[in-house]
Design a protein around this ligand. Structure first.
Ligand code: ADP
Ligand code: ZN
Ligand code: ZN
Length: 707
């Protein structure tokens, strides 16, 4: 049949509409073609062959076929359709998210970058004495990158080539990620590890939540499960949150499986990504380790999916389609009939709730391998003053550790929280009477605003609880703290890790290496809380522990709990006993209590009550709709019209939120008990609502409410 429906790449088209073209040779679903459209030539993806249209004379011809084979197999097509449905986004945006840049619909296949390698030739021509010596020294190291060889024997390389001792071979450039080399260590499994593996292997469930406290040896469990899958000739997908943050984990996986892995993450170049993609597609490697976009790798026979730190927010894509990696791997796991293991020391509330109800099977590792959990001590800032960020107790503890030549991590919680208002006298935070979350201060009109319902309150700079006029001001930067701590401990070697110091490629890994080898104190934002395993760290100090508790977001407590628990997990991981000091005004808060007792379950139960009362996930499904335009009033008007149209769901707002790309923005928050119903309502809006040139962006199941 010579007629085909295709999706067209076009910025202005965000609907899932297809168009019909003619082509006389056979086309397969998933091939890219070039087609005429509105006097332009655009790239399109073939969906299916179709019946002859009513008026075939009006149908234009395909200009060019760009692929010999479909880019996406049937499984990945199904995944795209699922993703488009679930996240209310276009098929084209899903294809783009799924394919490595070099294969995206708009572009031609990028040339893969090759580099020169030297391999040994079979020459017997005579060499000079010096030349002979050099050759003897280097020949066993071949093949070698030409540039590396030249570094070792610059003056000889040319004559070796001329005399046929060396030949040049073009090889595909390897990923530039430079990872610390690690020796492979295999351990005799602990009883808990063995039980966990046995439980997962023997179970008839497909999806597991591995809740293992920090330092309980989850990695070794992953590696053993991966070995099992490989021995059955099946592939393994191993997802990690952010590559920069997990160089140690990747190094460990690589040291076990060597050549058999592809690494895929956002810091790679387009050609590196293409290379890794091809390695998987052609079956050259069986294991993929990577960040969220690795969940789209073209596997043919997946046997296991591991998702480490499953609670991590980097698994949610923040551009369209705003997918959550967890949803997609659950879909792929079901497709391949393989096991999916979600793992964390601080699981997301959503996942734990599912495990609680038996949807996922819960697997627990309750004990640390080397030691007991570190002792946690609260420093009550109502009793003890902080001077420029530090209490005396914390300074004393740092001094003691430095004296013993042990290492210290200091953590400043400064995750883009809004300026909430907290009374210095009675310690109360001013909250919205309707929503129960903290109000945030807006300097521009000297008022307080609720970022959930949008109500604006006058602020008379007086505490409604006690009448005091003194309020706290959180917010000392890492740089200032570094200066202060350096002046107090002039001998200490300090490594600072924050958004500024980690901007460059590989900076993260380098700073960590620097700290491991020659640092005394690592000071940083919440990024230092994640995944680090340094045996000599015995003290973790948390400077502004409360800052997270009062953030004006329904997930504030979950994020705060996770951060504190993960951070305290960095202390005392090996033989030496660890301690954690938390500076807080609020030691009786249930988050603080749960952290103190390392008791996730009690945190979960309390937090679920709060979510239930406030109608928040996992009790309801949520979506946000952001309208943006130059003209604020117009954006608001259209948002209000959309609200009218949204039938049978709860809608909060519109509220004005911060500008983005020079556009004024307003937001609606939508809640509903039924996920399919929420999707239907949103699709109706996309298809039938006239938004008169106001840009509308939907975020299904947002992790963070845009502010
Ligand atoms: P988690 O990811 O659960 O925080 P890790 O996998 O990093 O914990 O393991 C914590 C430490 O225990 C690591 O240093 C690891 O090398 C070590 N380890 C893991 N399993 C064993 C074992 N069976 N025997 C001895 N040491 C182990
Ligand atoms: Zn007060
Ligand atoms: Zn409110």
């Amino acid at each position: 049949m010579p007629f085909y429906n295709v999706w067209i790449e076009h910025v202005a088209l965000d609907l899932n509409q297809t168009f019909t073209y003619r082509h006389d040779a056979a086309l397969e679903r998933g091939m890219r073609v070039k087609v005429p459209f509105n006097h332009r030539e655009l790239v399109a993806i073939v969906m299916e062959a179709c019946e002859q249209p009513d008026d075939p004379s009006r149908i234009k011809d395909v200009i060019e076929v760009l692929d010999e084979q479909p880019l996406l197999n049937e499984e990945l097509f199904g995944l795209a359709a699922y993703m488009a449905d679930t996240y209310v986004s276009s098929m084209m945006s899903c294809f783009k998210a799924m394919l490595p840049p070099a294969l995206r619909p708009a572009t031609r296949r990028a040339s893969v970058v090759y580099e020169d390698w030297f391999v040994a030739g079979d020459s017997t021509q005579p060499l000079t004495k010096k030349g002979q010596e050099t050759w003897e020294r280097l020949k066993d190291a071949l093949p070698m990158k030409a540039s590396a060889f030249r570094k070792l024997a610059k003056s000889h390389a040319r004559s070796f080539l001329e005399r046929g001792y060396l030949r040049v071979e073009k090889r595909r450039k390897e990923s530039a990620l430079d990872l610390p080399e690690k020796e492979d260590q295999t351990f005799a499994l602990t009883d808990e590890q063995r039980d966990a593996i046995a439980q997962i292997s023997a179970s008839s469930h497909d999806v597991f939540l591995l809740h293992g406290v920090t330092g309980s040896g989850k990695t070794e469990v992953f590696l053993r499960l991966a070995e099992q899958a490989l021995s059955e000739n099946r592939q393994v997908l191993f997802l990690v949150p952010e590559i920069g943050l997990t160089p140690m984990m990747i190094a460990r996986v690589r040291s076990r499986f060597r050549q058999n892995i592809a690494i895929y993450h956002s810091q790679m170049s387009a050609s590196e990504k293409y290379d890794q993609y091809e390695k998987v597609r052609t079956g050259e490697v069986q294991i993929v380790v990577g960040t969220r976009s690795a969940c789209f790798m073209p596997f043919s026979n997946l046997g296991l999916i591991l998702m480490d730190e499953e609670h991590d927010t980097s698994y949610k894509q923040d551009m369209m389609p705003k997918y959550h990696t967890r949803d997609l791997v659950l879909w792929r796991g079901a497709y391949h009939h393989c096991k999916v293991v979600l793992a964390s020391a601080t699981p997301s509330l959503e996942s734990y709730a599912r495990a609680y109800r038996g949807v996922f099977e819960l697997v627990e590792l309750k004990q640390r391998i080397a030691r007991t959990m570190p002792a946690i001590r609260m420093i009550d800032l109502r009793q003890e003053p902080v001077v420029q960020g530090f209490s005396q107790s914390l300074l004393d503890a740092i001094a003691r550790r430095l004296e013993k030549k042990e290492q210290v991590i200091l953590l400043l919680n400064r995750r883009g929280y809004l300026p909430v208002v907290k009374c210095q006298a009675c310690n109360e935070v001013i909250t919205c009477p309707d929503c129960g979350i903290a109000l945030s201060y807006h300097r521009s009109n000297d008022s307080l605003m609720c970022h959930c319902c949008g109500t604006v309150y006058a602020f008379d700079h007086t505490c409604p609880h006690c009448g005091s006029k003194h309020f706290f001001n959180h917010g000392m930067g890492t740089e200032k703290l570094e200066q202060r701590i350096q002046s107090l401990f002039p001998q200490a070697r300090i490594v600072r890790m924050d958004a500024d110091s980690t901007r460059k490629k590989n900076a993260h890994a380098r700073l960590l290496e620097q700290f491991e080898n020659e640092g005394d104190i690592l000071i940083g934002t919440q990024m230092v809380a994640k995944g680090l395993d340094f045996p000599n760290v015995t003290l973790v100090g948390i400077l502004q522990a409360d800052a997270g508790l009062v953030r004006s977001d329904y997930r504030a407590s979950e994020i705060a709990y996770e951060m504190l628990e993960q951070a305290s997990g960095r202390a005392g991981r090996a033989e030496k006993e660890g301690e954690v000091l938390i500076q807080t005004f609020d030691q009786d808060h249930y988050v603080m209590k749960s952290v103190q007792n390392h008791d996730y379950k009690s945190f979960f139960v309390r937090e679920m009550q709060y979510r239930h009362l406030g109608s928040y996930p996992p009790y309801v499904y949520m979506a946000t709709i952001v309208f943006s335009h130059d003209d604020l009033e117009k954006a608001e008007r259209v948002a209000r019209q959309a609200k009218e149209r949204l039938d049978g769901v709860r809608v909060l707002g519109p509220i004005e939120i911060s500008m983005r790309m020079k556009k004024k923005r307003v937001r609606l928050l939508v809640k509903d008990k039924s996920q399919p119903h929420l999707e239907t309502v949103m699709w109706d809006l996309v298809h039938h609502f006239d938004r008169s040139n106001v840009k509308m962006e939907i975020n299904m199941h947002p992790l963070m409410l845009e502010e």
